[in-house]
Design a protein around this ligand. Structure first.
Ligand SMILES: [Zn+2]
Ligand SMILES: [Zn+2]
Length: 338
């Protein structure tokens, strides 16, 4: 062949999810591309439209920021130790077969630390607790009417809420590495939404006030964990039924040919899951809006109509730094896509 195409399985190209590396244990899970960058951005953007009128105009004015920065936490893990574990919780790590992890793992951080130690919690992920932390941070930012922080924490809260909605963010078998299904992580959360998210229904009505954000975070994690079995077993079933060359295809991406899950295989999987990705994405959107709204109410419903400025230079520099690390970087922690 004269063409310069080559097959390249890039360490940073997340869509293409074939993972053959053995993972040390315990590992840390780095979300190289939860929901795909595309999915996270879509979640934050659509959440704006579920806000009540008092908040809608502020978020609408800042919708580009909220959209673009939905992926900052994934970028930041290149620069910051301690970031990786905020994106997941391997809830099944804590139990033996037949036990209910949601009875075993205490809901409150202090109780969980007392039972399992902080190091262990961090090794297996802290997403529900971090969502609560982010709601508190956002509340404080609203109270002080700090534009930089309101925007930053809103965008980031949407990210963690989105991550908590992904079933494979709640299990040690996060990339099917324990069941010979490596690649399933990106397949579920990136490949499928990229193929079909334009067809999802994003109209969700208005969000609600949540009196207990930590409880909300746990509910989301519990729903996600309940789907893990289907996520894994349906892919396994299809793999047994479909010939290999109909499961994996090659697609041109610029000058490169990539090995990807075939579109028909992806659609069959999505159908078998009863459009789970759409359901979880819708859940992410409404929960994000509800927690933004909750933080604002808890801050005393400050008037944001004159908060019109731009983000500070300092904040812009911080964002540039993250971008640089991201472009150069190798993630700190678990890297399941490769
Ligand atoms: Zn993430
Ligand atoms: Zn992920």
């Amino acid at each position: 062949m004269k063409t310069p195409f080559k097959i390249l399985l890039s360490l940073t190209t997340l869509l293409f999810l074939f993972s053959f590396k053995t993972e040390p244990k315990p590992t840390k899970h780095v979300c190289t591309n939860t929901w795909g960058f595309f999915g996270h951005k879509r979640i934050n953007r659509m959440a704006v439209f579920s806000l009540p009128p008092e908040l809608f105009s502020f978020y609408k004015r800042n919708i580009e920021y909220i959209t673009d920065h939905a992926v900052d936490p994934d970028k930041r893990r290149y620069a910051m130790k301690g970031e990786a574990e905020r994106h997941y919780i391997d809830i099944d790590h804590y139990v033996k077969e037949g036990e209910d992890p949601f009875k075993v793992v205490p809901k409150k951080w202090e109780d969980a630390v007392a039972k399992f130690t902080e190091d262990t919690l961090k090794a297996y992920g802290i997403v529900p607790w971090h969502i609560e932390v982010m709601v508190k941070r956002l509340t404080k930012a609203f109270k002080t009417k700090n534009l930089d922080r309101i925007l930053q924490y809103s965008a980031e809260l949407g990210h963690y809420v989105g991550d908590a909605h992904v079933p494979l963010h709640t299990t040690e078998n996060y990339n099917g590495q324990l069941t010979n299904q490596k690649g399933i992580h990106g397949f579920w959360e990136s490949r499928i939404p990229e193929l079909s998210a334009e067809d999802y229904n994003y109209w969700l009505g208005k969000c609600t006030y949540e009196a207990d954000p930590l409880e909300v975070a746990w509910r989301v994690v519990k729903e996600s964990a309940a789907e893990v079995d289907s996520v894994l077993s349906f892919e396994k079933k299809l793999t047994e039924e479909w010939p290999e060359d109909q499961k994996y295809c090659y697609e041109h991406r610029g000058q490169v040919i990539m090995k990807v899950y075939c579109k028909d295989f992806a659609m069959a999987y999505q159908k078998m899951l009863g459009n789970m990705q759409e359901r979880r994405m819708r859940g992410s959107i409404i929960t994000t809006a509800s927690l933004w709204y909750t933080a604002w109410v808890n801050a005393g419903q400050p008037d944001l109509s004159n908060l019109n400025g731009e983000i500070s230079d300092e904040m812009k520099k911080e964002m540039e730094r993250n971008d640089q690390y991201f472009k150069q970087g190798k993630a700190l922690g678990r890297d399941f896509e490769n």
